[in-house]
Design a protein around this ligand. Structure first.
Ligand SMILES: CC(C)(COP(=O)(O)OP(=O)(O)OC[C@H]1O[C@@H](n2cnc3c(N)ncnc32)[C@H](O)[C@@H]1OP(=O)(O)O)[C@@H](O)C(=O)NCCC(=O)NCCS
Length: 208
């Protein structure tokens, strides 16, 4: 299996960027706050152990850590209903808001993606748009949205609550409804907060 993270530095930066999404509102990740969050919120625990599992890919001497990570993920999956294929390429700053029936089977997710309860991203088994979706950077996926097929959700897009998305969604757009249609070019602005951008610049929710 190929390495998911090429270096330990890349792994640590990713862990930090993920944590920042959860507790970075005031501009930094404080260890005590993160620990409290970890203990109280299985959505963050899921992301944490998924990243640990990913770090072990291609590093076979870490097989015991991988086994532990998979056991934790299995337990969390049964507790929370979150099911994400661990080998899915998911950019830094991945945020799962709440939990309950979240399924992700995607080609890739970009950086700073938000996904929340009862969302499904998955496969379409036939037709021109068969396959699994590719999700861009800074995409907000509203509660209960379903996105399936070999389609692309563009960077900075927002998908409305309970939408069913079966076609490409352009960059910076808002798509809602069943089937989803683009209703504006407002994008995900305001919905993605507490994140670190590609240049490493922090965007806390509130001024420090
Ligand atoms: C998609 C979304 C981001 C768009 O936000 P917005 O750009 O501010 O747009 P608005 O909410 O003003 O809606 C614009 C229009 O689309 C409609 N609309 C919005 N979301 C819709 C949806 N999911 N399905 C159908 N229509 C929808 C609105 O009724 C409104 O129609 P109108 O102009 O006829 O009144 C927002 O509607 C949304 O779904 N947010 C997700 C919230 C969420 O997941 N909350 C749970 C947190 S736990």
């Amino acid at each position: 299996m190929d390495r998911y993270f090429q270096t330990r530095k890349e792994f640590k930066e990713c862990m930090y960027a993920d944590a920042f999404r959860y507790v970075g509102d005031h501009g930094s990740v404080r260890f005590g706050e993160l620990l409290r969050y970890y203990l109280r919120h299985p959505n963050y625990r899921y992301v944490y152990w998924m990243r640990v599992a990913q770090y072990t890919f291609g590093r076979n001497w870490l097989f015991l850590l991988r086994a532990l990570a998979y056991m934790r993920l299995q337990l969390l999956r049964n507790q929370t209903g979150i099911q994400i294929t661990p080998s899915t390429k998911i950019g830094r700053g991945f945020y799962i808001g709440h939990w309950g029936s979240i399924v992700v089977n995607a080609a890739s997710l970009g950086e700073n993606v938000n996904i929340i309860q009862t969302c499904t991203i998955g496969v379409a088994y036939r037709g021109d748009r068969g396959g699994i979706p590719t999700i861009g950077d800074n995409v907000y996926i509203g509660a209960g949205a379903r996105i399936f097929g070999g389609i692309t959700i563009g960077n900075n897009a927002a998908i409305g609550v309970n939408s069913v998305v079966t076609r490409d969604v352009p960059d910076n757009s808002v798509a809602v409804g069943v089937p989803a249609k683009v209703i504006s070019m407002t994008g995900s602005k305001g919905y993605i907060y507490s994140y670190i951008d590609k240049n490493g610049v922090k965007h806390p929710r509130y001024d420090v």
